[in-house]
Write a protein that binds this ligand. Structure first.
Ligand code: HEC
Length: 143
């Protein structure tokens, strides 16, 4: 009896450790990028839907169809772009003047002169509503 105790405890320990490791790996990572797609089922306003169409045509190749980022540009559905840190003015500036690389390593954003002010306003609606749907809200910028 005593002779078998030790190996079975060892086996149990191995199983527990294996479960702990696989369980750990299957836990969602702290930044579940795939969860931040679309607007989480929240209905967008008509202006935001319009903005999304304009966004897909002019911004998605770098920022992604749902503004979750690509290999060429950052996600805009990201806490960095909450309205307290990047207000609506940052969108007009980025589209008009481009944005030099400063937060990420994707290089510079070139200006997008083909996009009108009214279209930028609708894009901002799309981004803000999608941010709110993903829990990204105004935070006072402290630096
Ligand atoms: C050619 C790729 C590309 C396109 C097209 C593009 N962007 Fe960008 N954008 C970037 C990159 C790269 C950055 C990040 C710069 C940094 O902070 O390092 C950026 C940053 C931004 C920022 C943050 C600016 C800031 O103040 O930090 C906004 C807002 C933005 N883009 C909006 C847009 C909108 C709206 C469109 C479409 C009209 C668009 N972008 C199209 C590449 C692009």
């Amino acid at each position: 009896m005593q002779r078998f105790m030790k190996p079975s405890w060892l086996l149990l320990a191995v199983i527990v450790i294996a479960l702990a490791i696989t369980g750990w790996q299957h836990r969602p990572s702290s930044a579940p990028k795939e969860a931040i797609v679309d607007h989480n089922g929240v209905a967008l306003s008509a202006l935001a839907i319009e903005g999304h169409e304009t966004f897909k045509k002019n911004c998605a190749r770098c920022h992604g169809e749902y503004a979750t980022g690509t290999n060429s540009g950052p996600p805009l559905i990201h806490d960095i772009y909450n309205p307290g840190h990047h207000g609506d003015g940052a969108f007009y500036r980025a589209v008009r003047q481009g944005s030099p690389q400063h937060h990420w390593n994707f290089g510079n954003m070139p200006p997008q002169p083909q996009v009108s002010d009214a279209e930028i306003a609708s894009i901002i609606r799309y981004i803000r509503e999608t941010q709110v749907a993903n829990g990204i809200v105004y935070k006072k910028h402290v630096m």
